[in-house]
Ligand binder design. Structure first.
Ligand SMILES: Cc1ncc(COP(=O)(O)O)c(C=O)c1O
Length: 462
């Protein structure tokens, strides 16, 4: 494509600047954006014709990689047969029923029934509303508060942003909704406690108990947590005893436990769902992203038998007044079904565990580097945290721009991914080969060295 043509990059970017608002929009991010035009397997191709490894499965979601013909066929087949029909009261459709049935087999055994949304943010809102509704139906209408964690990301709708623990998401948009509270994250690198009587995992979980007791258990509806904090925290894997203790506390005070598995669901961590690592089951599980590998916007929640029974037994006029036009979209459900069947058939959950361990092993030696604080991972979800000073764990000052620099160095070497809070985040498609895992590891090691050298050189010049 000629650069001067109406569809060449400069013209496209100019039109983009005029007419397109991006997620987390700021023009400084879009001076020279990537214009992705094609994808195949684990690689993305830009308008200049260059290919890159898609190190984050695009937005943590393209599990099966790009250009997967079976998913295209599943979507096209359903579009031809029945592109849309409502699932509102009194109607249903075949792909949605089949998807719910398959999910019943794949998610936690106590989870009984599913509601489908369009993505993760509306799944968060649905979970929150459902938890509050449940307690109201049980005759405890004061149980309304939602406890979440700092550094969590649950989405950008008003409700989901109120649950989100990253402060920036509530800046300039007015305050969070009332009734949303946050405890510290069990950050495996930075959480500290003065308590000597228990492990750090228990101490971090006990913060939930303290807050429930302080607020009054009869006012708290639910605790919401990502099993591994992703977008907000930079892949924070909690200690082994954290979630068992959380489950115990939720049971003790009659607080529902919502597991936000928008990033961790469907094999990303080497298990179908991440709380399996610690033998814990939530009352509500929410998902999105990997369920369709990004080939269609779809998310949802699954609820326990007890919650489902409550929805089924309230009076008609006091029903669960919640719904989206595109809920249980037949095309999305057909694609999700095909996607999950491939994950099952190709044993991609075990593959994620295996290749994730390989990536972690290759990257662990980086911890000897003077500016790598921690390398952590679980399945194909790996984080490499950069620090200015290892002894104090101090971050690089923001004007140094280490994250941006590392991202550039990675990109120059053929790897496209995100660096959040100076953590290089890696979550490649589950279909990635061992050779490409090794390539990612080699690129990361080289890029870290080059980026640190570059920022040091520029600091000396100043
Ligand atoms: C854990 C988690 N929950 C919710 C969301 C919001 O999902 P969506 O962007 O599909 O609305 C995200 C998105 O990254 C997420 O990571």
């Amino acid at each position: 494509m000629s650069r001067g043509s109406a569809n060449g990059k400069p013209a496209l970017v100019q039109r983009d600047h005029h007419h397109l608002i991006h997620p987390q929009h700021h023009p400084s991010d879009h001076q020279d954006p990537q214009v992705w035009v094609a994808g195949k397997g684990v690689t993305l191709k830009n308008i200049e014709g260059k290919s890159y490894i898609d190190g984050l499965s695009s937005m943590w979601n393209v599990y099966l990689g790009h250009g997967r013909k079976e998913l295209v066929a599943a979507g096209a087949g359903q579009l031809k047969k029945l592109a849309f029909a409502t699932a509102y009261a009194g109607a249903t459709n075949e792909p949605a029923i089949a998807l719910a049935q398959l999910l019943k087999k794949l998610v936690y055994p106590n989870i009984e029934a599913f509601y489908f949304t369009l993505g993760g943010s509306d799944a968060t809102d649905t979970s929150i509303r459902t938890a509050r509704f449940y307690w109201d139906a049980k005759g405890q209408p004061k149980k309304q508060k939602i406890i979440a964690r700092k550094l969590s990301y649950h989405g950008s709708t008003v409700g989901a942003a109120s649950a989100t623990g990253v402060e920036e998401f509530s800046q300039g948009f007015g305050p969070r909704l009332p009734g949303f509270l946050h405890i510290e994250s069990p950050n495996p690198y930075r959480f500290t406690t003065k308590r000597k009587d228990v492990t750090p995992g228990v101490a971090a979980a006990d913060l939930l108990e303290e807050l429930i007791v302080r607020e009054g258990p009869d006012t708290v509806a639910a605790f919401i947590a990502e099993p591994i904090q992703g977008g907000g925290g930079g892949i924070l894997i909690p200690p082994e005893d954290y979630f068992p203790r959380i489950r115990h506390i939720c049971d003790r005070y009659n607080v529902l436990f919502i597991s936000d598995e928008v990033i961790t669901g469907f094999g990303r961590t080497g298990r179908w769902f991440a709380l399996e690592h610690w033998g814990v089951q939530p009352d509500i599980v929410q998902f999105a992203k990997g369920i369709t590998s990004g080939y269609f916007p779809l998310g949802g929640i699954g609820v326990s038998k007890e919650i489902k029974a409550t929805l089924d037994t309230v009076e008609s006029g006091k029903r669960w007044w919640h719904g989206y036009t595109c809920s249980a979209h037949p095309v999305g459900c057909a694609i999700a079904l095909a996607n999950l069947r491939i994950i099952e058939r190709e044993k991609l959950v075990a593959r994620s565990a295996r290749l994730g361990a390989r990536l972690l092993k290759k990257l662990k030696p980086l911890e000897a580097h003077a500016h790598i604080g921690q390398v952590r991972g679980i399945g194909l979800l790996v984080g490499v945290e950069l620090v200015a000073d290892k002894t104090t764990q101090a971050r690089f000052p923001s004007d140094v721009g280490i994250g941006k620099r590392v991202r550039q160095e990675l990109f120059q070497r053929g790897l496209y991914t995100r660096v959040l809070d100076d953590v290089i985040c890696l979550a490649p498609p589950l279909v990635i080969s061992a050779e490409d895992i090794d390539r990612i590891a080699a690129i990361v090691i080289e890029a870290v060295g080059a980026a640190v050298k570059a920022v040091k050189a520029s600091a000396i010049k100043k």
